[in-house]
Design a protein around this ligand. Structure first.
Ligand SMILES: C[S@@+](CC[C@H](N)C(=O)[O-])C[C@H]1O[C@@H](n2cnc3c(N)ncnc32)[C@H](O)[C@@H]1O
Length: 121
């Protein structure tokens, strides 16, 4: 695959597939995190959000359905929540194999913190 896209195979990113609980797996070092979170409830999204606070500044996180709790669009002329870690960069509806789904693309705008240090309302 990498070769057919014009990339050298030794430069292609490696992908590891793991089967496990997202709340127990380590994904804080990821540059791009995709969570197929369609129909995940608010308490579970809140747990995912707390875990995501360890992610690197500048990393990207994609959810389906609901956006991450505490994440918002930033408008230059409006105040924003200073405790916010994830800025919503895009929110829209895209066609998936099963139909239309809301997709939310977030960018981490703050340095990583352990969840217990973060102010979460
Ligand atoms: C909306 S489905 C998406 C299914 C599939 N990934 C897809 O894109 O078609 C959500 C998936 O999240 C998985 N899931 C639920 N809780 C999870 C958890 N704690 N850790 C990892 N996966 C979980 C479910 O098993 C389910 O497969």
């Amino acid at each position: 695959m990498a070769g057919s896209l014009g990339w050298r195979k030794d430069q292609a990113a490696s992908i590891v597939y793991e089967h496990g609980n997202i709340l127990e797996a380590e994904w804080g070092e990821g540059d791009l995190i995709f969570i197929a979170s369609l129909l995940f409830g608010s308490p579970f999204m809140q747990q995912i959000h707390e875990k995501s606070l360890k992610c690197k500044k500048g990393s990207w996180l994609i959810t389906l359905g609901a956006r991450l709790p505490n994440s918002e669009f930033i408008f230059p002329d409006l105040p924003f929540n200073p405790d916010m870690h994830w800025q919503v960069m895009f929110m829209g509806r895209l066609a998936m194999s099963w139909g239309w789904s809301t997709i939310n693309i977030h960018k981490k705008i703050r340095d990583p913190v352990a969840s217990k240090e973060a102010k979460i309302e």
